[in-house]
Design a protein around this ligand. Structure first.
Ligand code: ABC
Ligand code: CA
Length: 537
Protein backbone atom coordinates (compact mmCIF):
# COMPACT_ATOMS: atom_id res chain seq x y z
CA UNK A 1 0.00 0.00 0.00
CA UNK A 2 3.04 2.21 0.38
CA UNK A 3 2.94 2.54 -3.37
CA UNK A 4 -0.19 4.58 -3.10
CA UNK A 5 1.85 7.54 -2.09
CA UNK A 6 -0.48 9.95 -3.72
CA UNK A 7 -3.76 8.34 -2.91
CA UNK A 8 -6.12 11.24 -2.73
CA UNK A 9 -9.26 11.15 -0.81
CA UNK A 10 -10.19 14.71 -0.24
CA UNK A 11 -13.44 15.30 -2.01
CA UNK A 12 -16.10 16.89 0.06
CA UNK A 13 -19.63 17.47 -1.01
CA UNK A 14 -19.69 21.08 0.13
CA UNK A 15 -22.80 22.71 -1.23
CA UNK A 16 -22.12 24.77 -4.34
CA UNK A 17 -24.35 27.66 -5.30
CA UNK A 18 -24.85 26.48 -8.85
CA UNK A 19 -24.41 22.79 -8.26
CA UNK A 20 -26.93 21.56 -10.81
CA UNK A 21 -25.34 23.26 -13.76
CA UNK A 22 -21.81 22.44 -12.64
CA UNK A 23 -22.84 18.81 -12.20
CA UNK A 24 -24.30 18.73 -15.69
CA UNK A 25 -21.08 20.07 -17.16
CA UNK A 26 -18.96 17.59 -15.24
CA UNK A 27 -19.71 14.73 -17.61
CA UNK A 28 -19.05 16.88 -20.68
CA UNK A 29 -16.08 17.07 -22.96
CA UNK A 30 -15.37 20.48 -24.46
CA UNK A 31 -13.98 21.44 -27.86
CA UNK A 32 -12.57 24.98 -27.73
CA UNK A 33 -12.60 26.81 -31.03
CA UNK A 34 -11.97 30.30 -32.32
CA UNK A 35 -15.04 31.35 -34.24
CA UNK A 36 -13.07 33.19 -36.93
CA UNK A 37 -10.77 30.22 -37.50
CA UNK A 38 -12.88 27.09 -37.17
CA UNK A 39 -15.15 27.08 -40.21
CA UNK A 40 -16.31 29.36 -42.99
CA UNK A 41 -19.80 29.15 -44.45
CA UNK A 42 -20.28 26.64 -47.27
CA UNK A 43 -16.79 25.31 -46.67
CA UNK A 44 -15.31 27.90 -49.02
CA UNK A 45 -11.54 27.67 -49.41
CA UNK A 46 -10.73 31.03 -47.86
CA UNK A 47 -7.02 31.73 -47.44
CA UNK A 48 -5.86 32.49 -43.92
CA UNK A 49 -2.40 33.65 -43.03
CA UNK A 50 -2.16 33.56 -39.24
CA UNK A 51 0.70 36.03 -39.05
CA UNK A 52 -1.47 38.70 -40.76
CA UNK A 53 -3.71 38.79 -37.65
CA UNK A 54 -6.71 39.46 -39.89
CA UNK A 55 -10.25 38.17 -40.04
CA UNK A 56 -10.35 34.92 -41.98
CA UNK A 57 -14.12 34.61 -42.31
CA UNK A 58 -15.12 31.92 -39.83
CA UNK A 59 -18.65 32.34 -38.55
CA UNK A 60 -21.44 30.92 -36.40
CA UNK A 61 -23.02 29.44 -39.54
CA UNK A 62 -19.67 27.85 -40.35
CA UNK A 63 -19.63 26.22 -36.92
CA UNK A 64 -23.22 25.07 -37.33
CA UNK A 65 -22.30 23.40 -40.61
CA UNK A 66 -19.37 21.56 -39.03
CA UNK A 67 -20.85 20.25 -35.81
CA UNK A 68 -20.62 16.70 -37.16
CA UNK A 69 -16.85 16.97 -37.17
CA UNK A 70 -16.83 17.91 -33.48
CA UNK A 71 -19.51 15.48 -32.37
CA UNK A 72 -18.02 12.56 -34.27
CA UNK A 73 -14.89 12.92 -32.17
CA UNK A 74 -17.06 12.47 -29.09
CA UNK A 75 -17.26 16.05 -27.83
CA UNK A 76 -20.57 17.14 -26.37
CA UNK A 77 -19.84 20.82 -25.74
CA UNK A 78 -18.22 23.67 -27.62
CA UNK A 79 -16.57 26.84 -26.33
CA UNK A 80 -16.72 29.66 -28.84
CA UNK A 81 -15.03 33.09 -29.01
CA UNK A 82 -16.59 36.17 -27.40
CA UNK A 83 -19.71 37.17 -29.34
CA UNK A 84 -20.07 40.93 -28.85
CA UNK A 85 -19.19 43.71 -31.27
CA UNK A 86 -15.48 44.60 -31.35
CA UNK A 87 -13.59 47.76 -32.34
CA UNK A 88 -12.95 48.13 -36.04
CA UNK A 89 -9.80 50.26 -35.92
CA UNK A 90 -6.60 49.19 -37.59
CA UNK A 91 -4.10 48.23 -34.89
CA UNK A 92 -0.47 47.10 -34.82
CA UNK A 93 -1.87 43.73 -33.73
CA UNK A 94 -4.18 43.50 -36.69
CA UNK A 95 -7.92 42.96 -36.55
CA UNK A 96 -9.97 41.63 -33.63
CA UNK A 97 -10.47 38.22 -35.27
CA UNK A 98 -10.32 36.64 -31.78
CA UNK A 99 -13.25 38.67 -30.45
CA UNK A 100 -11.62 39.97 -27.24
CA UNK A 101 -11.59 43.69 -28.15
CA UNK A 102 -15.05 44.72 -26.98
CA UNK A 103 -16.58 47.91 -28.32
CA UNK A 104 -20.28 47.43 -27.59
CA UNK A 105 -21.72 44.72 -25.36
CA UNK A 106 -25.25 45.38 -26.55
CA UNK A 107 -24.71 44.25 -30.11
CA UNK A 108 -23.21 41.13 -31.61
CA UNK A 109 -20.07 40.89 -33.70
CA UNK A 110 -21.29 41.25 -37.30
CA UNK A 111 -18.19 39.48 -38.60
CA UNK A 112 -19.33 36.27 -36.93
CA UNK A 113 -22.91 36.54 -38.19
CA UNK A 114 -26.33 37.90 -37.39
CA UNK A 115 -28.16 37.39 -34.09
CA UNK A 116 -30.31 34.74 -35.76
CA UNK A 117 -27.19 32.86 -36.82
CA UNK A 118 -26.08 32.61 -33.20
CA UNK A 119 -29.57 31.41 -32.26
CA UNK A 120 -29.39 28.85 -35.05
CA UNK A 121 -26.03 27.62 -33.77
CA UNK A 122 -27.38 27.40 -30.25
CA UNK A 123 -30.40 25.33 -31.39
CA UNK A 124 -28.25 23.11 -33.58
CA UNK A 125 -25.94 22.43 -30.65
CA UNK A 126 -28.92 21.60 -28.41
CA UNK A 127 -30.56 19.39 -31.03
CA UNK A 128 -27.46 17.23 -30.75
CA UNK A 129 -27.71 17.26 -26.95
CA UNK A 130 -24.52 19.27 -26.84
CA UNK A 131 -23.82 22.37 -24.73
CA UNK A 132 -22.80 25.85 -25.81
CA UNK A 133 -20.17 27.77 -23.84
CA UNK A 134 -19.53 31.40 -24.72
CA UNK A 135 -16.41 33.33 -23.81
CA UNK A 136 -17.29 36.59 -22.04
CA UNK A 137 -15.10 39.61 -21.38
CA UNK A 138 -16.06 41.76 -18.41
CA UNK A 139 -12.74 43.26 -17.37
CA UNK A 140 -12.18 45.70 -20.19
CA UNK A 141 -13.18 47.32 -23.43
CA UNK A 142 -10.59 47.95 -26.13
CA UNK A 143 -9.42 51.28 -27.42
CA UNK A 144 -6.71 52.48 -29.77
CA UNK A 145 -5.12 55.61 -28.25
CA UNK A 146 -5.50 58.85 -30.17
CA UNK A 147 -1.73 58.74 -30.79
CA UNK A 148 -0.83 55.05 -31.03
CA UNK A 149 2.66 54.26 -29.84
CA UNK A 150 3.00 57.54 -27.92
CA UNK A 151 3.16 57.46 -24.15
CA UNK A 152 -0.20 57.48 -22.47
CA UNK A 153 -0.81 59.59 -19.41
CA UNK A 154 -4.56 59.48 -18.82
CA UNK A 155 -7.97 58.50 -20.09
CA UNK A 156 -7.90 61.71 -22.14
CA UNK A 157 -5.58 59.95 -24.56
CA UNK A 158 -8.59 57.93 -25.73
CA UNK A 159 -11.79 58.67 -27.54
CA UNK A 160 -14.25 56.64 -25.51
CA UNK A 161 -17.41 58.02 -27.12
CA UNK A 162 -17.82 55.11 -29.52
CA UNK A 163 -17.77 52.52 -26.70
CA UNK A 164 -21.13 51.35 -25.39
CA UNK A 165 -22.75 51.34 -22.88
CA UNK A 166 -19.71 52.66 -21.03
CA UNK A 167 -18.32 55.82 -22.52
CA UNK A 168 -17.71 58.25 -19.69
CA UNK A 169 -14.47 58.34 -17.77
CA UNK A 170 -16.14 57.36 -14.47
CA UNK A 171 -17.08 54.01 -16.04
CA UNK A 172 -13.38 53.12 -16.23
CA UNK A 173 -10.51 52.87 -13.81
CA UNK A 174 -8.01 55.72 -14.09
CA UNK A 175 -5.13 54.96 -16.42
CA UNK A 176 -2.19 52.82 -15.24
CA UNK A 177 -0.57 49.73 -16.78
CA UNK A 178 -0.58 46.62 -14.60
CA UNK A 179 3.19 46.19 -14.90
CA UNK A 180 3.42 44.01 -11.81
CA UNK A 181 1.04 41.04 -11.96
CA UNK A 182 1.91 40.04 -8.42
CA UNK A 183 0.46 43.28 -7.08
CA UNK A 184 -3.19 42.27 -6.85
CA UNK A 185 -4.55 45.82 -6.55
CA UNK A 186 -2.74 46.79 -9.74
CA UNK A 187 -3.79 43.55 -11.44
CA UNK A 188 -7.42 44.41 -10.69
CA UNK A 189 -7.49 48.16 -11.19
CA UNK A 190 -4.81 48.92 -13.75
CA UNK A 191 -4.96 48.08 -17.44
CA UNK A 192 -4.01 45.16 -19.66
CA UNK A 193 -2.76 45.93 -23.16
CA UNK A 194 -0.17 48.48 -24.17
CA UNK A 195 0.29 51.89 -25.75
CA UNK A 196 -0.68 50.55 -29.17
CA UNK A 197 -3.93 48.98 -28.08
CA UNK A 198 -5.21 49.51 -24.56
CA UNK A 199 -7.64 47.27 -22.74
CA UNK A 200 -9.40 50.05 -20.90
CA UNK A 201 -10.24 48.71 -17.46
CA UNK A 202 -13.88 48.79 -16.43
CA UNK A 203 -14.66 50.39 -13.08
CA UNK A 204 -16.05 47.28 -11.45
CA UNK A 205 -16.11 49.10 -8.11
CA UNK A 206 -18.94 51.35 -9.37
CA UNK A 207 -22.39 49.89 -8.47
CA UNK A 208 -23.97 51.26 -11.71
CA UNK A 209 -21.34 49.49 -13.79
CA UNK A 210 -21.87 46.30 -11.79
CA UNK A 211 -25.65 46.38 -12.33
CA UNK A 212 -25.19 46.99 -16.05
CA UNK A 213 -22.83 44.04 -16.35
CA UNK A 214 -25.11 41.71 -14.40
CA UNK A 215 -28.14 42.71 -16.47
CA UNK A 216 -26.15 42.23 -19.66
CA UNK A 217 -24.98 38.71 -18.87
CA UNK A 218 -28.41 37.66 -17.75
CA UNK A 219 -29.94 38.76 -21.08
CA UNK A 220 -27.13 37.37 -23.21
CA UNK A 221 -27.49 33.91 -21.66
CA UNK A 222 -31.27 33.93 -22.05
CA UNK A 223 -31.40 35.47 -25.53
CA UNK A 224 -29.04 32.90 -27.01
CA UNK A 225 -29.80 29.98 -24.75
CA UNK A 226 -26.21 29.67 -23.56
CA UNK A 227 -25.29 26.77 -21.26
CA UNK A 228 -22.02 27.99 -19.80
CA UNK A 229 -19.67 30.96 -19.75
CA UNK A 230 -15.87 31.11 -19.83
CA UNK A 231 -14.91 34.25 -17.95
CA UNK A 232 -11.98 36.04 -19.56
CA UNK A 233 -9.30 37.67 -17.39
CA UNK A 234 -11.23 36.78 -14.24
CA UNK A 235 -8.28 37.47 -11.92
CA UNK A 236 -8.34 41.10 -13.01
CA UNK A 237 -11.58 41.86 -11.18
CA UNK A 238 -12.07 41.86 -7.41
CA UNK A 239 -13.24 38.44 -6.24
CA UNK A 240 -16.41 39.64 -4.58
CA UNK A 241 -17.66 40.98 -7.92
CA UNK A 242 -18.14 37.43 -9.22
CA UNK A 243 -20.85 35.74 -7.09
CA UNK A 244 -23.58 38.17 -8.23
CA UNK A 245 -22.36 38.09 -11.81
CA UNK A 246 -22.41 34.30 -12.10
CA UNK A 247 -25.75 34.21 -10.31
CA UNK A 248 -27.10 36.65 -12.90
CA UNK A 249 -25.73 34.40 -15.65
CA UNK A 250 -27.52 31.46 -14.04
CA UNK A 251 -25.37 28.89 -15.84
CA UNK A 252 -22.06 27.13 -15.33
CA UNK A 253 -19.13 29.53 -15.08
CA UNK A 254 -15.46 28.73 -15.56
CA UNK A 255 -12.88 31.45 -15.01
CA UNK A 256 -9.55 32.15 -16.64
CA UNK A 257 -7.12 32.62 -13.76
CA UNK A 258 -3.83 32.69 -15.63
CA UNK A 259 -1.40 31.68 -12.90
CA UNK A 260 0.65 28.61 -12.09
CA UNK A 261 0.07 28.62 -8.33
CA UNK A 262 -2.74 26.58 -6.83
CA UNK A 263 -2.60 28.82 -3.76
CA UNK A 264 -3.50 31.81 -5.96
CA UNK A 265 -6.08 30.10 -8.16
CA UNK A 266 -7.97 28.30 -5.38
CA UNK A 267 -9.75 31.41 -4.02
CA UNK A 268 -11.56 31.84 -7.32
CA UNK A 269 -13.17 28.41 -6.98
CA UNK A 270 -15.12 29.95 -4.08
CA UNK A 271 -16.65 32.77 -6.13
CA UNK A 272 -17.53 31.04 -9.40
CA UNK A 273 -18.39 27.47 -10.31
CA UNK A 274 -15.01 26.53 -11.59
CA UNK A 275 -11.65 27.53 -13.04
CA UNK A 276 -9.50 26.58 -15.97
CA UNK A 277 -6.78 24.56 -14.30
CA UNK A 278 -3.71 26.63 -15.23
CA UNK A 279 -1.51 25.21 -12.44
CA UNK A 280 -2.00 21.67 -13.76
CA UNK A 281 -1.51 22.88 -17.31
CA UNK A 282 1.96 24.28 -16.52
CA UNK A 283 2.99 21.07 -14.77
CA UNK A 284 1.45 18.85 -17.48
CA UNK A 285 3.18 20.67 -20.28
CA UNK A 286 6.53 20.56 -18.49
CA UNK A 287 6.19 16.86 -17.66
CA UNK A 288 5.62 15.76 -21.25
CA UNK A 289 7.28 18.32 -23.52
CA UNK A 290 10.58 16.47 -23.32
CA UNK A 291 11.92 13.14 -22.13
CA UNK A 292 13.56 15.03 -19.26
CA UNK A 293 10.28 16.27 -17.82
CA UNK A 294 9.42 15.50 -14.24
CA UNK A 295 6.22 13.98 -12.91
CA UNK A 296 6.75 15.07 -9.35
CA UNK A 297 5.48 18.62 -10.01
CA UNK A 298 2.46 17.29 -11.84
CA UNK A 299 1.59 15.00 -8.94
CA UNK A 300 2.20 17.72 -6.42
CA UNK A 301 0.07 20.27 -8.24
CA UNK A 302 -2.74 17.79 -8.87
CA UNK A 303 -2.75 16.74 -5.25
CA UNK A 304 -2.77 20.35 -4.10
CA UNK A 305 -5.66 21.20 -6.46
CA UNK A 306 -7.67 18.21 -5.27
CA UNK A 307 -7.16 19.38 -1.72
CA UNK A 308 -7.60 23.13 -2.10
CA UNK A 309 -10.14 23.85 -4.83
CA UNK A 310 -13.66 24.09 -3.52
CA UNK A 311 -14.86 20.97 -5.33
CA UNK A 312 -11.46 19.41 -5.83
CA UNK A 313 -10.32 19.05 -9.43
CA UNK A 314 -13.86 18.02 -10.28
CA UNK A 315 -15.49 20.54 -12.61
CA UNK A 316 -12.29 22.42 -13.42
CA UNK A 317 -11.21 22.57 -17.04
CA UNK A 318 -8.15 20.49 -17.90
CA UNK A 319 -6.30 21.52 -21.05
CA UNK A 320 -3.00 21.09 -22.83
CA UNK A 321 -3.37 24.02 -25.22
CA UNK A 322 -5.34 27.21 -25.63
CA UNK A 323 -5.30 30.25 -27.89
CA UNK A 324 -2.77 32.16 -25.74
CA UNK A 325 -0.17 29.43 -25.43
CA UNK A 326 2.27 27.93 -27.90
CA UNK A 327 0.76 24.71 -29.18
CA UNK A 328 2.14 21.59 -27.54
CA UNK A 329 3.24 20.27 -30.92
CA UNK A 330 5.39 23.38 -31.43
CA UNK A 331 7.46 22.13 -28.50
CA UNK A 332 7.90 18.50 -29.44
CA UNK A 333 7.32 16.35 -32.49
CA UNK A 334 7.68 13.14 -30.51
CA UNK A 335 4.40 11.34 -31.17
CA UNK A 336 4.62 9.30 -27.98
CA UNK A 337 5.03 12.40 -25.81
CA UNK A 338 2.17 14.10 -27.66
CA UNK A 339 -0.17 11.14 -27.16
CA UNK A 340 0.67 10.86 -23.46
CA UNK A 341 0.15 14.56 -22.81
CA UNK A 342 -3.13 14.58 -24.76
CA UNK A 343 -4.42 11.65 -22.72
CA UNK A 344 -4.08 13.41 -19.36
CA UNK A 345 -7.12 15.78 -19.56
CA UNK A 346 -9.40 12.84 -20.37
CA UNK A 347 -8.40 10.62 -17.45
CA UNK A 348 -8.41 13.02 -14.51
CA UNK A 349 -11.23 14.41 -12.35
CA UNK A 350 -11.58 17.50 -14.53
CA UNK A 351 -13.67 18.35 -17.57
CA UNK A 352 -11.45 17.72 -20.62
CA UNK A 353 -10.98 20.63 -22.99
CA UNK A 354 -9.33 20.23 -26.38
CA UNK A 355 -8.22 23.31 -28.32
CA UNK A 356 -9.25 22.98 -31.97
CA UNK A 357 -6.52 21.92 -34.37
CA UNK A 358 -4.57 19.84 -31.88
CA UNK A 359 -6.27 16.76 -33.34
CA UNK A 360 -4.99 17.80 -36.78
CA UNK A 361 -1.41 18.08 -35.56
CA UNK A 362 -1.25 21.89 -35.73
CA UNK A 363 2.07 23.23 -34.55
CA UNK A 364 1.65 27.01 -34.33
CA UNK A 365 3.81 28.53 -31.62
CA UNK A 366 2.77 31.63 -29.74
CA UNK A 367 -0.06 34.07 -30.52
CA UNK A 368 -0.86 34.69 -33.37
CA UNK A 369 0.66 31.52 -34.91
CA UNK A 370 -1.39 29.21 -32.68
CA UNK A 371 -4.65 30.34 -34.27
CA UNK A 372 -4.53 28.53 -37.61
CA UNK A 373 -7.61 28.15 -39.80
CA UNK A 374 -8.97 24.64 -39.37
CA UNK A 375 -10.43 24.48 -42.86
CA UNK A 376 -6.88 24.36 -44.22
CA UNK A 377 -6.70 20.85 -42.73
CA UNK A 378 -9.69 19.74 -44.79
CA UNK A 379 -11.26 18.36 -41.58
CA UNK A 380 -9.78 15.00 -42.49
CA UNK A 381 -10.51 12.34 -39.89
CA UNK A 382 -9.56 9.08 -41.65
CA UNK A 383 -6.12 7.74 -40.80
CA UNK A 384 -5.42 10.63 -38.47
CA UNK A 385 -3.64 9.27 -35.42
CA UNK A 386 -4.60 12.09 -33.09
CA UNK A 387 -8.22 12.20 -34.23
CA UNK A 388 -8.46 8.46 -33.45
CA UNK A 389 -6.79 9.04 -30.10
CA UNK A 390 -9.27 11.76 -29.16
CA UNK A 391 -12.21 9.60 -30.29
CA UNK A 392 -11.01 6.70 -28.15
CA UNK A 393 -10.41 8.92 -25.13
CA UNK A 394 -13.83 10.54 -25.34
CA UNK A 395 -15.49 7.17 -25.85
CA UNK A 396 -13.59 5.64 -22.93
CA UNK A 397 -14.60 8.46 -20.60
CA UNK A 398 -18.24 8.21 -21.69
CA UNK A 399 -18.20 4.47 -21.15
CA UNK A 400 -16.63 4.90 -17.73
CA UNK A 401 -19.33 7.40 -16.79
CA UNK A 402 -22.08 5.01 -17.81
CA UNK A 403 -20.46 1.95 -16.23
CA UNK A 404 -19.70 3.49 -12.86
CA UNK A 405 -22.26 5.93 -11.48
CA UNK A 406 -19.68 7.30 -9.06
CA UNK A 407 -16.93 7.68 -11.69
CA UNK A 408 -17.29 11.45 -11.82
CA UNK A 409 -17.35 11.92 -8.07
CA UNK A 410 -14.55 9.50 -7.21
CA UNK A 411 -11.23 11.33 -7.05
CA UNK A 412 -8.40 9.93 -9.14
CA UNK A 413 -5.51 8.32 -7.32
CA UNK A 414 -1.91 8.25 -8.48
CA UNK A 415 0.10 5.09 -8.23
CA UNK A 416 3.73 6.10 -8.15
CA UNK A 417 6.23 4.03 -10.09
CA UNK A 418 9.77 3.10 -9.22
CA UNK A 419 10.74 4.31 -12.65
CA UNK A 420 10.22 8.06 -12.46
CA UNK A 421 9.38 8.31 -16.16
CA UNK A 422 6.09 6.50 -15.70
CA UNK A 423 2.93 7.25 -13.81
CA UNK A 424 -0.36 5.42 -13.30
CA UNK A 425 -3.68 7.14 -12.69
CA UNK A 426 -6.56 5.13 -11.38
CA UNK A 427 -10.13 6.37 -11.69
CA UNK A 428 -12.24 3.22 -11.77
CA UNK A 429 -13.10 1.75 -14.18
CA UNK A 430 -10.25 3.55 -15.98
CA UNK A 431 -6.58 2.96 -15.43
CA UNK A 432 -4.29 5.24 -17.41
CA UNK A 433 -0.61 4.47 -17.77
CA UNK A 434 1.44 7.44 -18.93
CA UNK A 435 5.11 7.88 -19.62
CA UNK A 436 7.52 10.46 -20.98
CA UNK A 437 10.21 8.08 -22.26
CA UNK A 438 9.28 9.20 -25.78
CA UNK A 439 8.79 7.26 -28.98
CA UNK A 440 12.18 5.59 -28.91
CA UNK A 441 12.00 4.59 -25.27
CA UNK A 442 10.56 1.66 -23.41
CA UNK A 443 8.39 2.16 -20.37
CA UNK A 444 7.02 -0.21 -17.79
CA UNK A 445 4.45 0.06 -15.07
CA UNK A 446 3.68 -2.02 -12.06
CA UNK A 447 0.14 -1.69 -10.79
CA UNK A 448 -1.02 -3.93 -7.97
CA UNK A 449 -4.57 -4.53 -6.91
CA UNK A 450 -6.49 -2.09 -9.11
CA UNK A 451 -8.32 -4.75 -11.11
CA UNK A 452 -9.36 -8.25 -10.04
CA UNK A 453 -7.16 -11.28 -10.59
CA UNK A 454 -7.76 -12.86 -14.01
CA UNK A 455 -9.95 -9.97 -15.11
CA UNK A 456 -10.01 -9.36 -18.87
CA UNK A 457 -9.07 -5.80 -19.76
CA UNK A 458 -8.65 -3.91 -22.98
CA UNK A 459 -6.28 -1.03 -23.67
CA UNK A 460 -8.80 1.20 -25.43
CA UNK A 461 -6.07 3.09 -27.29
CA UNK A 462 -4.96 -0.01 -29.21
CA UNK A 463 -7.88 -2.37 -28.52
CA UNK A 464 -5.35 -4.96 -27.38
CA UNK A 465 -6.48 -7.34 -24.67
CA UNK A 466 -4.77 -7.92 -21.37
CA UNK A 467 -5.59 -10.42 -18.66
CA UNK A 468 -4.75 -9.43 -15.09
CA UNK A 469 -2.36 -12.01 -13.54
CA UNK A 470 -3.61 -14.32 -10.81
CA UNK A 471 -1.90 -12.26 -8.08
CA UNK A 472 -3.72 -9.12 -9.39
CA UNK A 473 -0.37 -7.43 -9.83
CA UNK A 474 -0.25 -5.90 -13.32
CA UNK A 475 3.09 -5.52 -15.03
CA UNK A 476 2.77 -3.69 -18.32
CA UNK A 477 5.32 -2.34 -20.75
CA UNK A 478 5.27 -0.10 -23.78
CA UNK A 479 8.02 -0.49 -26.34
CA UNK A 480 7.27 2.75 -28.18
CA UNK A 481 6.50 5.07 -25.27
CA UNK A 482 2.76 5.10 -26.01
CA UNK A 483 0.21 5.65 -23.24
CA UNK A 484 -2.28 2.96 -22.27
CA UNK A 485 -5.82 3.30 -20.98
CA UNK A 486 -7.24 0.09 -19.57
CA UNK A 487 -10.89 -0.71 -18.97
CA UNK A 488 -12.74 -3.95 -18.24
CA UNK A 489 -13.15 -5.80 -21.54
CA UNK A 490 -16.92 -5.92 -21.14
CA UNK A 491 -17.25 -2.16 -21.63
CA UNK A 492 -14.07 -1.54 -23.53
CA UNK A 493 -15.39 -3.52 -26.45
CA UNK A 494 -18.01 -0.83 -26.98
CA UNK A 495 -15.23 1.75 -27.13
CA UNK A 496 -13.31 -0.31 -29.63
CA UNK A 497 -16.45 -0.79 -31.73
CA UNK A 498 -16.47 3.00 -31.95
CA UNK A 499 -13.10 2.94 -33.63
CA UNK A 500 -12.59 1.71 -37.15
CA UNK A 501 -13.56 -1.84 -36.40
CA UNK A 502 -11.40 -3.45 -39.03
CA UNK A 503 -8.23 -1.74 -37.96
CA UNK A 504 -8.89 -2.74 -34.38
CA UNK A 505 -9.44 -6.34 -35.44
CA UNK A 506 -6.28 -6.43 -37.48
CA UNK A 507 -4.39 -5.16 -34.48
CA UNK A 508 -5.89 -7.80 -32.26
CA UNK A 509 -5.17 -10.55 -34.73
CA UNK A 510 -1.69 -9.18 -35.15
CA UNK A 511 -1.31 -9.68 -31.44
CA UNK A 512 -2.49 -13.25 -31.68
CA UNK A 513 -5.51 -12.69 -29.49
CA UNK A 514 -6.89 -16.01 -30.61
CA UNK A 515 -9.66 -15.94 -28.07
CA UNK A 516 -11.03 -12.85 -29.73
CA UNK A 517 -10.92 -14.44 -33.15
CA UNK A 518 -12.67 -17.45 -31.74
CA UNK A 519 -15.35 -15.31 -30.11
CA UNK A 520 -15.92 -13.41 -33.30
CA UNK A 521 -16.24 -16.62 -35.32
CA UNK A 522 -18.67 -17.93 -32.74
CA UNK A 523 -20.80 -14.80 -33.01
CA UNK A 524 -20.66 -15.12 -36.78
CA UNK A 525 -21.70 -18.78 -36.56
CA UNK A 526 -24.66 -18.02 -34.32
CA UNK A 527 -25.78 -15.20 -36.60
CA UNK A 528 -25.54 -17.53 -39.60
CA UNK A 529 -27.57 -20.15 -37.77
CA UNK A 530 -30.30 -17.63 -37.05
CA UNK A 531 -30.37 -16.49 -40.65
CA UNK A 532 -30.60 -20.02 -41.94
CA UNK A 533 -33.29 -20.97 -39.43
CA UNK A 534 -35.28 -17.89 -40.52
CA UNK A 535 -34.96 -19.12 -44.07
CA UNK A 536 -36.11 -22.67 -43.47
CA UNK A 537 -38.94 -22.14 -40.99
C1 ABC B 1 -2.24 41.11 -28.81
C2 ABC B 1 -1.59 40.40 -29.99
C3 ABC B 1 -0.35 39.68 -29.57
C4 ABC B 1 0.59 40.66 -28.89
C5 ABC B 1 -0.12 41.31 -27.73
C6 ABC B 1 0.74 42.39 -27.10
O1 ABC B 1 -1.31 41.95 -28.16
O2 ABC B 1 -2.51 39.47 -30.54
O3 ABC B 1 0.23 39.10 -30.72
O4 ABC B 1 1.71 39.94 -28.43
C7 ABC B 1 -6.61 39.27 -26.52
C8 ABC B 1 -6.16 38.64 -27.81
C9 ABC B 1 -4.65 38.69 -27.94
C10 ABC B 1 -4.17 40.12 -27.79
C11 ABC B 1 -4.65 40.62 -26.41
C12 ABC B 1 -4.20 42.04 -26.10
O5 ABC B 1 -6.07 40.58 -26.39
O6 ABC B 1 -6.58 37.29 -27.83
O7 ABC B 1 -4.30 38.22 -29.22
O8 ABC B 1 -2.75 40.17 -27.86
O9 ABC B 1 -4.68 42.92 -27.03
C13 ABC B 1 -7.16 36.50 -21.96
C14 ABC B 1 -7.52 35.82 -23.27
C15 ABC B 1 -6.70 36.42 -24.38
C16 ABC B 1 -7.14 37.86 -24.58
C17 ABC B 1 -7.30 38.57 -23.31
C18 ABC B 1 -7.68 39.98 -23.38
C19 ABC B 1 -7.31 37.94 -22.10
O10 ABC B 1 -7.40 34.45 -23.14
O11 ABC B 1 -6.81 35.74 -25.59
O12 ABC B 1 -6.14 38.50 -25.43
O13 ABC B 1 -9.11 39.98 -23.52
C20 ABC B 1 -2.75 37.92 -19.12
C21 ABC B 1 -4.17 37.93 -18.58
C22 ABC B 1 -5.05 36.92 -19.28
C23 ABC B 1 -4.95 37.07 -20.80
C24 ABC B 1 -3.49 36.91 -21.19
C25 ABC B 1 -3.28 37.04 -22.68
O14 ABC B 1 -2.74 37.93 -20.52
O15 ABC B 1 -4.13 37.67 -17.18
O16 ABC B 1 -6.37 37.17 -18.87
N1 ABC B 1 -5.81 36.10 -21.49
C26 ABC B 1 1.56 36.24 -16.64
C27 ABC B 1 0.45 36.94 -15.91
C28 ABC B 1 -0.87 36.62 -16.58
C29 ABC B 1 -0.81 37.02 -18.03
C30 ABC B 1 0.30 36.20 -18.69
C31 ABC B 1 0.42 36.45 -20.18
O17 ABC B 1 1.53 36.53 -18.03
O18 ABC B 1 0.42 36.55 -14.56
O19 ABC B 1 -1.90 37.33 -15.94
O20 ABC B 1 -2.07 36.75 -18.65
O21 ABC B 1 0.81 37.72 -20.42
C32 ABC B 1 3.50 31.63 -15.06
C33 ABC B 1 2.99 32.58 -14.01
C34 ABC B 1 1.89 33.41 -14.63
C35 ABC B 1 2.44 34.12 -15.86
C36 ABC B 1 2.95 33.07 -16.84
C37 ABC B 1 3.45 33.69 -18.13
O22 ABC B 1 3.95 32.30 -16.22
O23 ABC B 1 2.47 31.87 -12.90
O24 ABC B 1 1.41 34.35 -13.71
O25 ABC B 1 1.38 34.83 -16.46
O26 ABC B 1 4.60 30.92 -14.54
CA1 CA C 1 -9.81 45.16 -13.86
Amino acid sequence: MLRYLHALTLFSSISVSFAASADQWQSRSIYQLLTDRFAVRNNAGAPCNTSDQKMCGGSWIGITEHLDYIQNMGFDAIWISPVVENIDDKTPYGEPYHGYWTKNISSLNPHFGKPDDLKTLSSAVHNRSMYLMVDVVVNHFASVPSHPGANISSLNDFDLTNLSPFSSSSDFHPFCWIEDYSNQTRAEQCWLGDKNLALVDINTEDPKVVTTMNTWISSLVKDYNIDGIRIDAAKHIRKDFWPDFVKAAGVFSIGEIYDKNVSFVKDYTEVMDSVLDFPSFFALSAAFSSTNGSFSDLLEVSTASQQSYKRGVSGTGSFLENHDLPRFQSQTGDLALIKNAMTWPFVTDAIPILYYGQEQGYQGAKDPDNREALWLSGYVTENKTLVSLVKSLNAARKSAISLNSSFLTTPMTFISQENNQAIAISKPPLLALLTNVGQSGTASWNVPGVFDANQALVDVLTCNQYVVPSDANMTVSSSDGSPKVFMPATVADQVCEHEEKNIARKRRYGNKALLTIKAEWETFGITLLFMLSGWFF
